[in-house]
Ligand binder design. Structure first.
Ligand code: CTP
Ligand code: MG
Length: 233
């Protein structure tokens, strides 16, 4: 049976899935690449649809794959599929345009974070609902981080960054609908995340604990790790 979304939910989830997946190597758009026999996008949408607050899901698909993605997801969950843009930010804006004003909370969630648990979607949504205009899931940084500069013989270490104040940021990133809409309407820099746009507007961005299962599948090794993680989720 196709999972129905909660008609009384207050959350729309935008799922940018229009990227090429260049870092994953040859094999077509990343969202359609298979993990244990199913496209990454199917894994991602199944988990989003399982989050009880979610009333609407909007997927930004590669332009040439809009119909194929509609057919692919029809048995998984009720989704709206729009054509994505050349940059991730544009794909998010195009998806946001499909969300009706009365839905108060909008989450932006990369299809590439295909194993993100529904609980993380709920915790981000709950933090927005409790009054935070923008919320991101974040994890402590595990590696030692060095600042470097160029030198004639390679790179030279300039210093060691204090890791305790650094965080790795994941998706879903959650926003009050009006806050995300205003941030995208004034966005100038294409190389920032959605929370970065809100930061530039001077609004507070609040962290909640992230999840290792929300890892972004970027390189071939990540697919191997994700396949192993499927057995623990
Ligand atoms: N994305 C998108 N539209 C774009 C570019 C990216 O919707 N024009 C989406 C991707 O599909 C992905 C998410 O944004 O779900 C995060 O991007 P990333 O992990 O960089 O994916 P790709 O851009 O596909 O990968 P790459 O950068 O290796 O080409
Ligand atoms: Mg990319």
């Amino acid at each position: 049976m196709t999972p129905q979304l909660n008609a009384r939910g207050d959350v729309a989830v935008l799922v940018p899935a229009a990227g090429a997946g260049l870092r994953l190597g040859p094999g077509g758009p990343k969202a359609l690449r298979l993990l244990a026999g199913e496209p990454l996008l199917v894994h991602a949408i199944r988990r989003v649809a399982a989050a009880p607050s979610v009333r609407m899901i909007v997927v930004a698909a590669p332009k040439a794959e809009v119909e194929a993605v509609r057919d692919l997801l029809a048995p998984v969950a009720p989704v709206t599929v729009v054509a994505g843009g050349a940059e991730r930010q544009e794909s998010v804006s195009l998806a946001l345009a499909a969300v009706p004003e009365e839905i108060g909370i909008v989450l932006v969630h990369d299809a590439a974070r295909a194993l993100t648990p529904p609980q993380l979607i709920e915790s981000v949504a709950a933090a927005v609902r409790s009054g935070h205009p923008a919320v991101i899931p974040a994890l402590p940084v595990v590696d030692t981080i060095k600042e470097v500069g160029p030198s004639p013989s390679g790179e030279l270490v300039l210093g060691t960054v204090d890791r305790s104040v650094l965080r790795s940021v994941q998706t879903p990133q959650g926003f009050r609908h009006d806050v995300l809409a205003a941030a995208h309407a004034t966005a100038a820099d294409a190389h920032t995340d959605d929370a970065g746009l809100v930061e530039k507007a001077g609004l507070p961005v609040t962290c909640v604990p992230g999840s290792e299962l929300a890892m972004k599948i970027t390189r071939p090794l990540d697919l191997v790790l994700a396949e192993a993680l499927l057995h623990v989720t």
